[in-house]
Design a protein around this ligand. Structure first.
Ligand code: C2E
Ligand code: CA
Ligand code: CA
Length: 641
């Protein structure tokens, strides 16, 4: 400031007030001018954009010796940091104003926002800080112009730096920070603004566990990627990746182990996806990856495949070694997303599809969208159908290949919708499971099966037993055993007229104790137990030996083309020997041709269930079908008894 009369220059003036208003409006905070009071040595405010709610001037305030900025200001240094305002902390930038003599004459304060808001700040934050910093420099340049003519160049350079910073293209390190004068102090201040901005951005955009981006950053990255994809600048793909059964690990081994696992997974994803990828973690084990080489389905699925493979390596944690798999959903942004919301949703849809089987990647297609709408429709229709008891069961005979006599029948759910026609159980059972309807549906089917068993018995048709499929979800209902008992009682059946089929998948992730308890309780009712789809899952031989199963149903995959595939024959023979050795009765599923049946018959098993003998059919037809099969035994193979 030129002249010595600080009082005259640093006092209320229209042009100061106008300038402050402008600053305050741009940075959505407040701007204040202070004059150093030579008597009290405090900085007294003489102009401010703060107004009371009624529009009048706020009470006077001073920056005294206890104020966090005082020390810096009185020593001719700018202050950047938290200052108390009305009981809360605000982030402010204060810079000293010097007289031409070099003495401190006053201060300019620009505050940027509430500190507690800033921690959760979004994009505006960056602008607020930078705009404030830029304005300070311009303002200081204007104030100092008269007194510091010779210093104008570095000031302009700094002002330009702040300007570039505001435009998102900072030009390297802040210049002049090593100078030992007010320019140096100003540059230091700017440097701290930059550092603070980085720190806040880091806080606001980073997932603290893995160091990956968080949801906020993901959304803004997705926006950018989408814009680039739609404009044709670059072709991005979005991958959503999720670990299969992560919750189980977390529950069983605790959160610390879960966290370590996630960290390792994050670092594998980072390594595999490469430098150009934008990786975020949205929730527990839900990762997102944006890759710029996502132009074609091949490229995107190759990367997703690599990501899933990277998870296959065992993960060593303090509590032990883990084997995890993941599922991935992929969206090609330029094809299958009009906006970020849609991209996100479609990736989620593809991920859900992938998770149905696990350990695979699925690329979004519009059919998937239709499929999900269709599933919702089916779910609603099914609810009605169960209420109205529109579900039926058909029966498929199990035939002893040595005698062609009936060994049992399996009940299979059938649903014919009045308008849509037949809907396959392969479609509606999983929907019933995921929507929770399987409990009511399963109870209905069990009741229908028991009803039919009673009818057949009354008609002296010796069906042996009816096998009923039970979903794991039903099995874990606390009243399941009571439901079975009720059904038997209601129709006056003895337990061994019903066999419950449980798929092998049940045993993955369940404690053996629990399974054993439920199965034993069922077995105590006299009900038979069959292990369905044997060989398709992961049941350990230990389980087989300890759990009270009566029957193994060998999965269809071991049977198709058995007549021409010698290796398959060896495998099946092994399974049969094992099963027999453990004392199970063995049913082989899915034999479709006479050749397949001939090979199986040679190996020997208790029953074959397959299209070769009969497709599933309504109860009414079963006695006739069974009679026909018994008569069809080729004489060359007939037992001579
Ligand atoms: P699953 O329990 O393994 O039932 C055998 C499936 O194989 C049936 O399909 C049957 O029609 C089919 N199948 C039998 N022989 C052959 C053959 O020679 N070749 C071929 N390709 N297939 C054969 P379906 O009726 O479509 O049932 C599919 C699955 O739906 C069942 O597999 C079962 O997991 C489920 N399911 C069916 N009914 C029920 C039910 O009442 N409750 C529950 N929880 N699940 C059911
Ligand atoms: Ca079955
Ligand atoms: Ca089966």
């Amino acid at each position: 400031l030129k002249g010595t009369d600080t009082e005259a220059v640093l006092s209320f003036r229209q042009d100061h007030d106008a300038l402050l208003k402008e600053i305050g409006a741009i940075n959505q905070g407040a701007a204040n001018l202070f004059r150093l009071n030579p008597e009290t040595q405090a900085f007294d405010r003489f102009a401010t954009t703060f107004r009371k709610p009624d529009g009048s001037m706020p009470p006077p305030m001073s920056i005294g010796i206890l104020h966090p900025a005082y020390d810096n200001l009185i020593n001719n240094r700018p202050h950047l940091g938290e200052v108390p305002v009305m009981g809360r902390m605000r982030l402010a930038y204060l810079t000293p104003i010097q007289a031409a003599s070099g003495a401190i004459a006053g201060a300019l304060a620009v505050d940027v926002g509430w500190v507690d808001d800033l921690v959760v700040a979004k994009t505006e934050l960056r602008w607020q800080i930078i705009v404030a910093a830029g304005l300070i420099l311009v303002l200081v340049a204007a104030f100092g112009a008269a007194g510091m003519g010779a210093e104008m160049k570095p000031l302009r350079v700094l002002a330009r730096y702040a300007d570039d910073l505001a435009a998102g293209v900072p030009g390297g390190a802040v210049p002049y920070t090593t100078r030992d004068d007010e320019i140096g102090a100003l540059a230091q201040g700017l440097k701290r603004v930059v550092a603070l901005q980085d720190k806040l951005a880091h806080l606001a955009y980073t997932d603290s566990l893995t160091g990956l981006s968080n949801r906020g950053r993901y959304l803004s990255d997705l926006d950018t990627a989408l814009r680039e994809s739609l404009s044709g600048k670059r072709k991005w793909a979005l991958i959503h990746l999720d670990l299969d059964k992560f919750r189980k690990i977390n529950d069983a081994y605790g959160q610390t182990a879960g966290d370590s696992l996630l960290k390792e997974v994050a670092s594998r994803i980072k390594e595999t996806a490469g430098d150009g990828a934008r990786i975020a973690r949205l929730a527990a084990d839900h990762f997102t990856i944006l890759i710029a080489e996502g132009g074609s389905t091949d490229q995107a699925s190759a990367l997703a495949g690599n990501l899933l493979n990277a998870l296959h390596q065992p993960i060593e944690l303090r509590v032990g070694e883990f084997h995890v798999t993941g599922s991935a959903g992929i969206v090609l942004l330029q094809h299958d997303a009009r906006d970020a919301d849609e991209a996100h949703r479609n990736a989620g849809l593809a991920l859900r599809k992938a998770k149905a089987t696990g350990d695979r990647a699925v690329i979004f297609s519009s059919e998937l969208h239709d499929e999900s709408e269709n599933n919702i429709r089916i779910e609603r229709m099914l609810r009605l159908a169960v209420q109205e008891r529109e579900i039926e069961i058909h029966f498929q005979p199990q035939i002893d290949p040595a005698t062609n006599q009936l060994a049992g029948v399996e009940a299979l759910a059938r649903w014919t919708h009045p308008a849509e026609g037949p809907i396959s159980p392969g479609l509606f059972i999983p929907i019933a499971e995921s929507s929770g309807q399987i409990v009511d549906l399963g109870t209905l089917i069990l009741d229908l099966a028991c009803e039919q068993a009673a009818k057949w018995r009354e008609k002296n048709f010796d069906f042996k037993h009816i096998s009923v499929n039970v979903s794991p979800i039903q099995l874990w209902q606390s009243n399941f055993v009571a439901v079975v008992k009720d059904a038997l009682n209601r129709h006056g059946l003895s337990g061994n007229e019903i066999c419950i089929e449980i798929t092998e998948g049940v045993f993955v992730d369940q404690s053996e104790r629990r399974i054993e308890k439920v199965l034993s309780a069922i077995r105590e009712l006299g009900v038979l137990l069959s292990l369905d789809d044997f060989g398709s899952g992961y049941s350990s031989l230990g389980y087989l030996n300890r759990l009270p199963f009566d029957q193994l149903k060998v999965d269809r995959s071991f049977v198709s083309d058995i007549d021409t595939d010698v290796r398959k024959q060896k495998v099946l023979r092994g399974i049969l020997e094992l099963g027999r050795g453990l004392g199970f009765s063995i049913v082989i599923e899915g034999a479709e041709t006479g050749e397949e049946v001939a090979v199986i018959r040679q190996m020997g098993c208790d029953a074959i269930q397959g299209f070769y003998y009969s497709r599933p059919a309504p109860a009414l037809l079963i006695p006739e079908v069974v009679k026909k099969i018994a008569r069809s035994l080729p004489s060359s193979e007939a037992r001579t008894a």
